[in-house]
Design a protein around this ligand. Sequence first.
Ligand SMILES: [Fe+2]
Length: 417
Amino acid sequence: MLAARDNVAAHLQPTAKAMMFDAGADPGLMRQAVALFAEAILHARSPPWTTTVPSATTGHAEEDHPGRARAFYGQRDLAFRHNLAVLENIWATMDDIGGLKSKAITLPTQMKTTPRADMERRGSPFITHASKLNHDAEQISNLINNGKLPTKFWRVVHDYIEVATSRPDTEEVSDHQYFVMSMEQFTKVGRFFNTLLYLPPTKPLPHAVNPDLDFAALEESYLSSDPNILFFDNFLTPEALQGLIDFCNEGTIYFDTREGYLGAYLDEGLGTPLLLQIADELRWRFPMIVGDLPLGNAWSYKYDSTGKGIRIHADQAVVNLNFWITPDDANLDPGSGGIVVYKRRAPADWSFADYNHFQNEGKISRHVASGEAVVVPYRQNRMVMFDSTLFHKTDSHRFKKGLFNRRINLTFLFGSG
Ligand SMILES: [Fe+2]
């Protein structure tokens, strides 16, 4: 049954995308293609991961877990947002691109701005950088080579690379700097850029979290540390690790374009059954740390080969669970590349913006200057758990180039903070 469902999802998606490719600006054909694609996405998200699945710890229906419900419904809407909402309306709003471009853009705040004011999701179809376009071109190439997108998508790869290598106007723009696409550039790539092209089906496994870990000892170690910080290796089973690697390499869900990295989120494609299984297993493997805390959010970030990553900040949750999946041989500096967790909490009277927004980096740096920090080097399948109010940042990293070598982390935020 499961195999049949996976086959449907895997085969419908390329078929639907081929139809979209051919539909062009014909709204009727596009609507048919979108309907077929949506059906494929629903197959990828169909039972047993439905609203009737009870929580592993409470036995309540999953509606009691906002994170899971949000992942499910977000996934269902994904096909429509990235096709009907974007593709059908995008052409009607193209005149606004000129207006957007004429403004002084201070990114990343305005990168979320699109001409469609009601589109409150992350990622803009108009603002990008060369690194994002190159990543997407590599991803699409890989999908074509694996038979998961039609060969006619080589044209899309070609167009992405052409836009990535052409500089907007006369400005000199680095691979990591944002630019607003010109009308000509947008016309070339806009039909598929930052839309969902392929969502890999994943399967529930007998165990996703490594069952051989000594969970009681790990939990005791975390709870007795002050402040609460713990890291350990061999977090996932080999099957779960490989499943997530394939999902992140193939899923065209990294819509959020940031300086030095790309982001995918729970309610925009990342909430695959395998990820939700891991979240559930964390609940009952770590009942005192996670237990019934709501899953506030989950994300995956994919980094450029070198850089500083995410600057110092704290998060709005109770506990952060962060792990890495890229193979170790991609990391050119095994002594770093991980995360730095400061032993200083965000003061209770600081607002979310005070402790999370990057423009307050100076204030945060002064706050943590007198404290110690735990530097956790990068390792594949290493889990780092810490109190979400602790300040932290990505350590400097140097990885090999290429789609399969990008440093990938996944993060769960449990509790509302
Ligand atoms: Fe964080």
